[in-house]
Design a protein around this ligand. Structure first.
Ligand SMILES: [Zn+2]
Length: 202
């Protein structure tokens, strides 16, 4: 049976955990802080969510998010056209940050989560590349700000709604669904379980 020692993040108590079942949580006996939780059907759920996110990525970034009609002039913008407009107005740093946090980081997270789980499901994860992919995912994990971007869009909608006729486009729906997929990875992907398995395979 696999045995592993964990130090509680809160009170530093050393705890030996033999095995826990899917959906169960291991807590510290002294302070009841959650040490480990084994996510339910992690591989299949992560594959479904990351696959859906990857399918949504192109419409979410290239389809218009919303249209605005002001004095009979209609204009619409997608995430990519917005980044391009920022670049053309010489706001290079802002354009780069929006691209990195709102497009590149989600794409990297979805792709690495999908590849790791695909390899795991088909028993091909013995290759060292999967360890590198999981480490890469872990580093990029805190690197996305989709929520902030969506809140920015909502604030501009509220500010603009009295000045112009606004209509929402398919891109905004795809972008919101993409955001949900990326956020759901935090709930479904069991990094600890995959990491343990990769190490025991060595
Ligand atoms: Zn504790």
């Amino acid at each position: 049976m696999k045995q592993k020692q964990f130090a509680c993040y809160e009170c530093d108590t050393l705890i030996t955990i033999t095995s826990i079942n899917e959906g169960e949580v291991a807590s510290c006996p002294r302070c009841h802080h959650h040490i480990l939780d084994k996510k339910y059907d992690s591989i299949n759920r992560t594959l479904a969510i990351s696959g859906t996110g990857l399918l949504l990525f192109i419409p979410a970034t290239f389809f218009p998010l919303m249209s605005m009609q002001l004095l009979s002039v209609e204009s619409s913008a997608s995430l990519m056209s917005g980044i391009s407009a920022l670049w053309q107005t010489e706001l290079y740093l802002v354009a780069t940050l929006v691209f990195a946090f709102c497009a590149l980081a989600p794409l990297i997270k979805l792709t690495t989560a999908f590849l790791v789980c695909f390899g795991f499901k088909h028993n091909r994860h013995q290759h060292p590349i999967y360890k590198q992919l999981l480490l890469f995912y872990h580093h990029v994990d805190s690197w996305e700000m989709l929520e902030v971007f969506l809140i920015g869009i909502l604030v501009s909608i509220i500010k603009l709604k009295d000045m112009a006729d606004l209509s929402f486009n398919l891109g905004l729906l795809c972008f919101s669904a993409l955001m949900l997929c990326v956020l759901s990875l935090k709930i479904t992907l069991d990094k600890q379980m995959i990491w343990d398995d990769l190490n025991y395979e060595r």
